[in-house]
Design a protein around this ligand. Sequence first.
Ligand SMILES: Cc1cc2nc3c(=O)[nH]c(=O)nc-3n(C[C@H](O)[C@H](O)[C@H](O)COP(=O)(O)O)c2cc1C
Length: 447
Amino acid sequence: MSDRRQLALNLFIYPGGHHEAAWRYKGYPADRILDVSFYQELTQRAETHKFDAIFFADGPALADNVRYAQRFRFEPITWLAAIAAVTKRIGLIATASTTYTEPYNLARLFASLDHLSQGRAGWNIVTTSTPQAAQNFGLPEHPPHHERYERAREYLDVITKLWDSWEDDALVNDPVSGVFADTSKIHAIDHVSKQLRVRGPLNISRSPQGRPVYVQAGSSDDGRSFAARFAEAIFTAHQTLDSAQEFYADIKRQAGSFGRSPDQIKILPGISPFIGSTQAEADRLQEEFNDLIQPEYSLTQLRQMIGLDLSGFDLDAPFPRHLIDAGSARGVASRFKLVVDIVDREKPTIRQLVQRLAGARGHWVIAGTPGRIADNIQTWFENGAADGFNVMPPWLPGGFDIFAEEVVPILRKRGLFRNDYTGKMLREHYGLNRPASVFSHAPQAIA
Ligand SMILES: Cc1cc2nc3c(=O)[nH]c(=O)nc-3n(C[C@H](O)[C@H](O)[C@H](O)COP(=O)(O)O)c2cc1C
């Protein structure tokens, strides 16, 4: 184990890749996107390259622009269970919503994934930014941003107690004495709060990691304070070193105010690299993808981010900055700010803006040689902007293989990334402590 601080690297899997036109690119395996073995093989390769984890995003609704882009979703925990069966070390992070799930069900799902993967589960905690989800759950409309975070705080309180409701040594499993479980170490949680009422205990013993790794991806004020209070890993989108440094410093400072140690929080911005043997080749590759985008799709993406419908506008005209109304930041508050910052900083045409966002929905897109990509990663890592990265290949599997075979060896040679796993669990890969059960000193138990 190197004593030197090292990068955490996740592979963020989006079926065809993160560029919105990836599925139209010649290297794209159209016939395999519904074949779980495609994702099993990809994850096995990420494990071979010693990545910390793979990550699946999710939203309980069909995006309204599926005509032009493959926006389908397997349910992520089911998907990861199939991948857990053919892997040994790599972490398995799934998104699940605190707005559109119930804590008891979700506690069972993640505890099961952590058990069957021998301690590799992570939960990307989202409040769901897609308004369409509300109608799938009998709600007249999507709850407002602040209310979603209010429920999320209650939810974390409940589900943490459920994962802790069996103390680590509650499972006895002794046929001779006839005692299966020490019920003095299994606790009802009797939780009552504004939106949630749960008695517990959970109906499965405490999982290898105690709890899945808490991951979160909010960047608004609510999102940041939630992250600083609960998250152990934070996914975030930044276009520039400055904005990443500001976010990093703010989160670590806020975490301190919750009495948390900054090294127990890993901040992982997204990076989507176009790699070529020369800069020109890398730029050409990115252009090739951008030439495949379909404005019908890109403009709906843009509308979701900034609430402005630009269909019918001349794409090569300057972006109509005066039409942006700050009040329309309904869905993704932080993504709204990110797009407006690009407009103000770069004064793009509409086409240039949608091409900017086509790469990875507002995450950092960079084109260059392997050396240039490694240099930029090292700069963010060594200058208070990141503890690692969510690698978002523009297309799969090719975009990942090039990164793993060309950039990772450079990072390794510089001592910035592990040569081999030293632990078995996701918490060990990230250098995170294993939380004790909140009940481990509690008097009352179920019997
Ligand atoms: C890397 C990353 C992954 C995300 N994955 C999801 C996801 O799977 N599902 C989802 O509803 N939102 C996802 N989001 C959006 C966030 O959960 C959040 O809604 C968004 O960052 C806005 O932050 P805010 O909630 O603080 O306004 C993701 C964001 C980032 C940066």
